[in-house]
Design a protein around this ligand. Structure first.
Ligand code: EPU
Length: 431
């Protein structure tokens, strides 16, 4: 018999206390493949203990790298014997970041054969800008047996203008260009904190990357890169998720191990809802004493409000006083979770990329699904504020990106449990 894991939440407790934020998922999934560009071992610290990271490490081992876990958040990787350039469909399954093996293997071996990325489903997830970048550097890119096959005699620096601001394309081009001959310029580059973190990591190995964090990144190719010790930045979205949960439950939470500068747009919007937010050097305290006020949100590339916080923010607004408008400015289809929230009594109308959210007094516990990673985080927040019991299915999507999520919320006073039930069994009626 198959056993399924679910989260069961009894809502109503305001969150109170302290929570420590883990390392950033979206930095980790770029930095780990980047280790393949080094000639000697790297030690990576502050890694989040999540399934996306475990999957990347499995791929690294399968490619021939020697991966040694030093503790829960530290790994030593020696890439010396990584001689394979193939990441199969089975290895890439469920992982958006598998595409970073294209840039990293191209940079290391001048060839890469990688299955197209999986990951969360919010409409078409093209990689045309990644491929345009590789081709500008001199690679040929074909699709063979359902795999992306990239190779080059020599990679040469080039000027690349991205037609859309893409995190993935910016990272992949950096990975492929860092050991290319000459200067690469990426224009209209993404500016997310994890792009800066990857550039800092590569520079600490001896790369020459300037301008990360601005829309023009210049990469002067170097012959070789050394191993290094590096600590990953805190996860801005995990932090934002706990901040939103504190606001929705009218709690008082100190969120530790964060970079407040990375949280500016989230802080600004949560303040609009009436939250009191105090910033410290490496922490923020979120206090909420009233029902949230309505506010309008539009997601945009950094430094705009992050799309990866859109479902969590919408959940705060679902219990706000008044009507809010949330506009998705990055993905074509990131409102799939709305159907689940309406099962809990939310009043949300979606028209294309806009959601009109009329706040209700109270959500009601219900059986729901985590339709993607951040949607799952939103379901947890909804369960925490709802009246009664919420049962969340398909939580493996939440485990992709949130370390110790049950323990962290429990320490804040939430009533949340991970339960194992035989496939098909239900705790709740109608589930
Ligand atoms: N796009 C293209 N062509 C491309 C690449 C992207 O048209 O070649 C479009 C996409 O369709 C989308 C927009 O550009 O409309 C932005 O996509 P981007 O490439 O920036 O997204 P990504 O690199 O695939 C990363 C994060 C996502 C996050 C987005 C936007 C990782 C592993 N994933 O995805 O994170 O939503 O940036 O910030 O870094 C998450 O953590 O939950 C998550 C989904």
């Amino acid at each position: 018999m198959n056993y399924l894991e679910r989260f069961v939440i009894s809502g109503g407790n305001p969150l109170k206390g302290k929570v420590r934020i883990s390392g950033a998922k979206n930095a980790a999934v770029a930095i780990l493949p980047a280790v393949l560009l080094a000639d000697s071992p790297c030690i990576i610290e502050n890694l989040p203990n999540i399934s996306d990271v475990a999957n990347i490490l499995k791929v690294m081992s399968a490619l021939g790298a020697n991966v040694k876990l030093i503790n829960k958040s530290t790994v030593e990787i020696d890439p010396k014997n990584a001689n394979s350039f193939v990441v199969s469909k089975q290895m890439a399954e469920g992982m958006r970041a598998s595409s970073y093996f294209l840039g990293a293997l191209l940079g290391r071996m001048k060839k890469a054969k990688v299955a197209p990325p999986g990951g969360c489903n919010f409409g078409v997830r093209p990689i045309d800008q990644h491929i345009k970048g590789f081709e500008a550097l001199g690679a040929t890119v074909d699709y063979e047996d359902g795999m992306v096959d990239a190779k080059a005699e020599t990679l040469r620096g080039s000027s690349i203008y991205l037609d859309v601001v893409s995190v993935g394309a910016t990272i992949n081009i950096m990975l492929a260009a860092v050991k290319a001959v000459g200067l690469t310029v990426i224009e209209n580059a993404a500016r997310e904190p994890h792009i800066v973190d990857l550039a800092n990591f590569l520079n600490s190995m001896g790369a020459n990357i300037m301008g990360a964090g601005t829309s023009v990144i210049k990469i002067r190719g170097v012959n070789s890169l050394n191993g290094t010790n590096y600590s990953i930045i805190p996860d801005q979205i995990e932090a934002g998720t706990y901040m939103a949960a504190a606001v929705a439950t009218k709690g008082d939470v100190l969120i530790e191990n964060v970079t407040p500068k990375h949280l500016e747009s989230i802080i600004a919007k949560l303040r609009e809802t009436g939250a009191k937010i105090t910033e410290y050097d490496e922490a923020v305290r979120v206090t909420m004493t009233e029902r949230p006020k309505k506010c309008n949100v539009k997601t945009m590339p950094h430094p705009g409000f992050p799309t990866d916080m859109q479902p969590q923010m919408a959940t705060v607004l679902a219990v706000a006083n008044g009507t809010s408008i949330v506009t998705e400015g990055v993905w074509d289809n990131r409102f799939r979770y709305v159907e689940q929230l309406t099962l809990m009594g939310a009043d949300i109308q979606v028209d294309g990329k806009t959601a009109v959210i009329t706040g209700v007094n109270q959500l009601c516990g219900a059986p729901v699904k985590a339709v993607d990673l951040r949607a799952g985080a939103a379901m947890i927040i909804a369960g925490l504020v709802a009246n009664g019991v919420t049962e969340i299915e398909e939580i493996e999507r939440i485990d992709r990106g949130y370390e110790d999520v049950v323990e962290k919320f429990t320490n804040l006073g939430a009533n949340i449990k991970r339960v194992y039930l035989p496939d098909g069994a239900k705790i709740m009626k109608n589930a």
